[in-house]
Design a protein around this ligand. Structure first.
Ligand code: ATP
Ligand code: MG
Length: 396
């Protein structure tokens, strides 16, 4: 995404863009500026770098990016940054020129002193910026080769009144240490109205309000998730629990070969009835599965709002469960019916007894992340913060 491109625009991010624009103004006014953009994958760091590039009128822009598969190639990231300016090398003090030429394989020699290479890069950028303010954009800094990262850190800490701006984007948690001591701009999730607008822009055709709510909750304002989840959600929705009652489809639980071997007695092949077929699922690494039986007296509201670390699958044995997940309207699941929930961030609001005059009993199998409790209650403060993600309450 580039803010230069007509038709593509960042949602939200006013304060981040204003902060970056102030850095640009400072560079144009003859100062240096350094800022590290830090945030999780897909949160919009590259998009903000594009904003800088698109608003750097009157400045030269040069870029480099870390590449995971090239992390072992010493000086690779730095070389990419400096390559447009190699014709300026002749203006550097001899020891600095010699060091950078050796580092970039332009002349032979023993591995250069990193301090000298750092000074050479500083001199080079300052020299280029004498003609026009210079903005250096470094993306995916967590994947820079070690030497380039070290030298860029050195440069960032020593830029003076050089009309040079340096913006580094770092994915956390991998690369946080790279920004140590540098001014940071932490990139967080989009605010709800912006997240909703971005989600809506990614949806073509109808989108169930339940799924919209759940997608917003799961994405936590992460633009990449907002753009990608709708596709996954619609697939997930197609495969949500099918009606359990009266579903006489038989379950295909074995291959043809095995079926042939088992031909002697076929009764077991027809013994299974599909109750619930839930997918796709994210199962926490190393999860254990726990099956419990829950019994509610008439009218019992059930467990207070809570979360599970992994997915949970339930079967109502007796009575009727009032079931509600964040973003979905509540519903009643009667005896013989099933329910499931993805676990993770989604709040499980209700699992109580929908009957005022009878007991309800259900069995649920929960997948728990190692070391996590079976369920965690959600605090009052968080419930208030996320109240807008809950489906409208039934009236009357
Ligand atoms: N504010 C925004 N408005 C609209 N789309 C956005 C916004 N921020 C990011 N995007 C889009 O979301 C996707 C992910 O953003 P981006 O690539 O910038 O994330 P990132 O933080 O650089 O992720 P990574 O750590 O994987 O590099 C991209 O398609 C981008 O165009
Ligand atoms: Mg990126």
């Amino acid at each position: 995404m580039s803010s230069k491109d007509p038709g593509t625009q960042l949602r939200g991010r006013q304060s981040e863009c204003e902060a970056l624009d102030r850095h640009l103004a400072a560079v144009r006014a003859g100062h240096s500026a350094v800022v590290g953009l830090r945030g999780e994958a897909g949160i919009g760091k590259t998009a903000l770098l594009e904003h800088v590039a698109g608003h750097a009128d009157g400045c030269g822009v040069v870029r480099t990016a870390g590449v995971e598969s090239e992390m072992q190639l010493a000086f690779g990231g730095l070389h990419q940054l400096c390559v447009p300016f190699l014709d300026h090398l002749g203006r550097l003090p001899d020891p600095q020129r010699a060091a950078i030429e050796t580092a970039f394989g332009m002349s032979e020699g023993t591995p250069p002193d990193r301090f000298l290479v750092g000074l050479a890069v500083l001199s080079l950028l300052a020299d280029v910026a004498q003609h026009k303010p210079l903005i250096c954009l470094v993306d995916d800094a967590q994947w820079l080769d070690h030497v380039s990262a070290q030298i860029l850190g050195f440069v960032a800490r020593r830029l003076m009144a050089d009309e040079v701006g340096l913006v580094l984007a770092v994915r956390e948690p991998d690369g946080e240490h790279l920004l140590h001591g540098l001014p940071e701009l932490v990139v967080e999730g989009l605010r709800e109205p912006d997240a909703r607008a971005l989600l809506d822009s990614a949806i073509h055709g109808g989108f169930d309000e339940r799924i919209r709510g759940r997608t917003l909750a799961e994405a936590r304002g992460n633009p990449l998730a907002l753009l990608e989840l709708p596709r996954a959600s619609s697939v997930a929705d197609m495969r949500r629990p099918r009606p359990a009652h009266g579903d006489s489809r038989r379950v295909h639980i074995m291959s043809h070969d095995h079926a042939a071997q088992a031909a002697a007695s076929e009764s077991w092949m027809n013994a299974a009835r599909m109750l619930q077929d839930a997918a796709p699922l994210t199962i926490p690494e190393g999860a254990s599965a726990m099956t419990i039986e829950v019994e509610w007296e008439p009218g019992d509201p059930g467990t207070p709002p809570h979360r599970h670390s992994g997915p949970a699958f339930g079967y109502v044995v007796e009575g009727a469960v009032r079931f509600e997940l964040e973003g979905e309207p509540e519903r009643v699941v009667e005896a013989g019916g099933t329910f499931w929930e993805p676990g993770g961030d989604v709040i499980h609001y209700q699992d109580g007894n929908a009957l005022g005059d009878g007991r309800t009993r259900f069995v649920v199998t929960m997948m728990c992340a190692p070391g996590k409790p079976m369920l965690e209650l959600v605090s009052k403060e968080e419930l208030e913060q996320r109240a807008h993600l809950r489906a409208p309450r039934p009236t009357g």
